[in-house]
Design a protein around this ligand. Structure first.
Ligand code: FE2
Length: 156
């Protein structure tokens, strides 16, 4: 039952819905991974990395809500359930236990890199079918690339 009447035709809706759902999953996992590292990081750079990770969490949480609500606004049901996130995320598994500061930085470089690659594919995919969704993805990806820059600058 179409509760929300979509402003997009069916074919475009499928492409845009998949982009938003994929972005939602990647962002929810990014928020979880960043918190996991935030809690477990150790080493001389603990404080700066610990605080920096919460900035990533803020970006991920804010934009996951934007993606989910954009999906709803075009009539696609967002799915942010744990099982959906676990099976669909771009981010690889993060180790359990304490995480040495340089490993924490490497984990975040890899995680952000994987998510950014998929976000850029979504930016391309949504260009023609829905520039409004694309605009949201572009703003988000710019923020992610800023975080990625900062972690790469520390990864030396
Ligand atoms: Fe905290």
């Amino acid at each position: 039952m179409a509760v929300v009447k979509s402003s997009l035709p069916e074919a475009d809706l499928k492409v845009v819905g998949e982009a938003l759902q994929g972005a939602l999953v990647d962002l929810v996992d990014l928020s979880l991974v960043a918190k996991q590292v935030h809690w477990n990081v150790i080493g001389p750079r603990f404080r700066s990395i610990h605080l920096q990770l919460d900035e990533v969490v803020t970006t991920a949480r804010t934009h996951s809500d934007v993606m989910a609500e954009r999906a709803s606004a075009i009539g696609v049901n967002p799915d942010g359930r744990a099982a959906t996130v676990a099976s669909g995320s771009a981010i690889g598994e993060v180790p359990t236990g304490w995480i040495q500061d340089q490993d924490a930085v490497r984990i975040m470089v890899d995680a952000l890199g994987a998510v950014i690659q998929r976000m850029r594919e979504r930016v391309t995919a949504t260009d023609e079918p829905d520039p409004i969704t694309q605009d949201l993805l572009i703003g988000l990806t710019a923020e992610l690339e800023k975080h990625a820059w900062m972690f790469q600058a520390e990864n030396v």
